[in-house]
Design a protein around this ligand. Sequence first.
Ligand code: UD1
Length: 422
Amino acid sequence: MDSILIEGGNALQGEVQITGAKNSALKLMVAALLSDDPVTLTNMPELADTGFLAHLMRHLGAEVAIGPTGTMQICAKSLGEPVAPYDLVRKMRATFNVLGPLLARKGRAQVSLPGGCAIGARPVDLHLQALTALGAQIDLREGYAYAKAPDGLTGAKISFPFVSVGATEHAMLAAVLAKGETELLNAAREPEILDLAKLLNAMGARIKNAGQASIQITGVEKLHGTTYAVVSDRIEAGTYALAAAACPNSDVLVRNCVPSDLDALWAVMQRADIDVQMGETSVRIRRGPERLRAVDLETQAWPGFPTDLQAQFMALMTLADGASIIRETIFENRFMHAPELSRLGADISVHGREAVVRGVTGLTGAPVMATDLRASVSLVIAGLAAKGQTRVSRIYHLDRGFQNLEANFTALGANIRRVKDD
Ligand code: UD1
């Protein structure tokens, strides 16, 4: 297994280029299952997660060709048995979203219940409720969802009891080929939802108001192929911005991003005394030698502060002047980075969904262990800001979601490298 070794204490200076969004790319790949024609995705990130999903899609009978420069072509003309086995689903939760498209195309499907990051129970009840409302009959046994819709799916009014990104996307993926009208109420509004709707509409779907809490979908008979560029990864952009903010005297230009997708982050960073200058497709982050101001934070569904940046923000607050209260409202177990950050000298106490971070004057490098994707990168950020050597182990989590992480940080002046464990 690999680890990442960091000699902390360097300022970060220069530019970093953001890739296509992992969370969007995965759902766009699944959308390609809905058409007989090839769908070409550009601005694709090259990540372990997109590789896992490509593997599953090939197993389902799709042809997946990965091009040299962030291009992927998927052709789902001849799907085979609609069975997604445990071994190909357990590593990543987003794979579960193949259920809806398989039902729409084949009238039946058998998909293993998912695994993914260990950040709470993360059930799929809302996904199943949405598919059931569209006419699927679903039976859960032996760790699988056995679903059928012998007469096809039919449009319905689906009101989510709370906001779920995955369930909203899954309902959209199933409803585009259902008969008649579907309305999704209390839908998620994340930029990735809009991205999925744009691809589906480019394939001939009729989706209105994606990005708002109420989405209308008129079912169509068939979807066709298209070429589509994945939206830029707002979480990757926010991560580099927070890394720059964590290291004194840094000046970093984050390029190829959509700054308006991160307004909630910029507002909090500015309150912490970080200089944030937004451009059209880039954002410049600067900070001086002084300590940052501690600010409180609560994660929220879009347009609130994203839960996927909470761990990185906590790393930043460990060195701020004062105490910061961080409240996680989306996932019930998403502070696993706190004890690891404490190993570097951070002062954090966790009470249920709330963490109190009392800023210290310095962190000191130590061996730490990654526990989930975003938690791992928060340890990298803390390691970059700490004095001395930090070794982050179990970094397969990082490879799931960050392309060229060490190369990007090295280009910004960090002393960071990947090593093989003994
Ligand atoms: C997606 C993102 C993830 C992000 C999260 C919230 C991908 C691949 N992942 O995850 O990075 O952190 O949105 O922005 O896009 N829930 C249920 N029942 C369900 C579905 C969800 O109880 O059927 C709960 C979850 O346990 C969680 C909350 O709803 O507490 C929100 O989860 P959801 O928005 O669905 O997250 P994901 O789509 O899994």
